[in-house]
Design a protein around this ligand. Structure first.
Ligand SMILES: [Zn+2]
Length: 262
């Protein structure tokens, strides 16, 4: 329905354009208040589309979603206090600038329909976990659900649910791992056991995440994974659809020490 606007008296079309959002023709109209306390005053209004209002609502919804996702990350992650504050911004690349770039690229390229894994492999304290936490947080900010798991802590937690005779507990943990867009399995191989129940459980969990996005970090070399059949099985599963990022080098804390000039 077209309205004819009288341009001589109370209102005037001052601009017309086609909205990029909805494709509607939009009129910017200057109108004069004909009654009420603001009688006689001019104001501007838009006719033809609601994109601006909807945009504000959408932004608010997205912000609420991000806050919700961050809460999921914080409540479900098993993460050491020293890593809680880790982000891309406070990572000191040093000799690992290539690893740093690859980690950021993983975030940029993240596509829910095209799952990809990363394996950070290398010596203790080189920043593998720091980069993994940074990836998880950056993806959370982009609207994805992520969980960061210290693998030894996860297995301890699952085992504790057995001790308390509450299988429900394990189910809850496993379900949350199955549902999220990305899981970081930190410190694989530091469980202190190389066979038996722990390895069986770990294999099950990694298997459950097949065809999804995962990040693994480990201090173990490839040959160290071959110590037992169980470990070897886990390692070969970790390599499917996975980019390997090697980070062998100076301990991060030592690097900081050198940087400080002490
Ligand atoms: Zn519009």
């Amino acid at each position: 329905m077209k309205k004819i606007i009288n341009t001589t008296t109370d209102s005037e079309i001052i601009e017309e354009y086609v909205c990029n959002g909805c494709g509607n023709k939009v009129q910017v109209i200057k109108m004069k208040m004909l009654f009420g306390p603001q009688k006689g005053q001019w104001f501007e209004t838009k006719k033809g589309c609601d994109c601006e209002v909807l945009g504000i609502i959408k932004t608010q919804q997205q912000e609420a979603k991000k806050a919700r996702l961050m809460k999921i990350f914080e409540e479900n992650s098993l993460i050491n206090p020293s890593l809680r504050e880790a982000t891309f911004d406070n990572f000191i690349p040093g000799e690992f600038s290539q690893s740093f770039e690859k980690a950021k690229k993983y975030v940029c390229d993240f596509d829910i329909k095209n799952p990809k894994n990363l394996l950070f492999q290398g010596s203790f304290g080189t920043g593998k976990s720091h980069l993994s936490v940074s990836i998880a947080k950056a993806l959370t900010a982009k609207g994805y659900t992520t969980i960061f798991i210290s693998t030894p802590k996860l297995l301890t937690k699952i085992r504790n649910t057995y001790n308390k005779n509450s299988e429900h507990g394990e189910e809850k943990i496993i379900n949350s791992l199955a549902m999220v867009d990305l899981v970081v399995f930190d410190d694989i191989g530091a469980e202190g056991e190389t066979s038996g129940w722990v390895m069986q459980k770990l294999f099950e969990i990694i298997d459950l995440r097949a065809g999804k996005h995962n990040i693994y970090t480990t201090n173990l070399s490839s040959s160290e994974f071959e110590i037992t059949k169980d470990m070897g099985r886990i390692f070969s599963r970790m390599l499917i659809n996975t980019d390997l990022i090697k980070m062998n080098g100076t301990d991060f804390r030592k690097r900081q020490f050198v940087k400080g000039g002490a």
